[in-house]
Ligand binder design. Sequence first.
Ligand code: ADP
Ligand code: TYD
Length: 208
Amino acid sequence: MSRSGLFLSFEGIDGSGKSTQAKMLADRVRTAGHDVVHTREPGGSPGAEEIRALVLQGDPDRWSAETEILLFTAARRDHLERTIQPALDAGKVVICDRFADSTRMYQGLSRGNLRAKVDALHDLMIGVEPDLTLLIDMDPETGLSRAKARNTVEERFEDFGASLQEAMRSGFLALATEYADRFRVIDGARDAETVAGDVWAAVSPHMP
Ligand code: ADP
Ligand code: TYD
């Protein structure tokens, strides 16, 4: 894969402030004079947005974890082909709210250990990691109360409850150690401007 652009992802539990930080970073990078593509998963291309509705709405037991691995990876492949790769080829900065690390956590850990299956399908069909991943870390109780306050229909995973969010938090921190070269852990339990300052300190040395 060509890498003339810069590929940044945000990860973390629901309600940790990823979307807020992704938007603030996109504004900052644009102000610095770069072309930015601000996108999200699941979604980020018309086909992947259709899959988003399938996976985020309805009963928590609507899909098995294995079926979810296929659906999230299908959405990611479309997003990569149609949105992310063309932007990177054009030298743009891609800021993505969640990417494959979310599948490693939510599908890989939530209902038994399916991490090897997630990684195998990722290697086969995606094969790309971000240049830098910002993990917005926060305690699940705060994150879940922030997420629930939004009151949307996309609550399949939020409905799994606090124990899943706790497993996700420690799983993300372990992933940050596993991929220490590209992960930066940022304390999300502070005001948004302070968090954004740390995000910029992590990103700015990588700007093209
Ligand atoms: P995520 O994308 O990780 O689910 P959001 O950025 O949507 O998180 O934030 C969840 C909620 O918390 C939103 O209502 C948002 O306005 C609020 N929020 C975001 N960052 C902060 C912060 N640093 N302090 C307090 N509230 C925040
Ligand atoms: P998102 O819209 O980022 O929700 P939030 O803003 O609450 O963090 O993501 C929606 C849900 O999708 C979230 O609970 C995590 C889940 N998800 C997966 O389970 N696997 C994945 O691969 C991705 C990208 C998201």
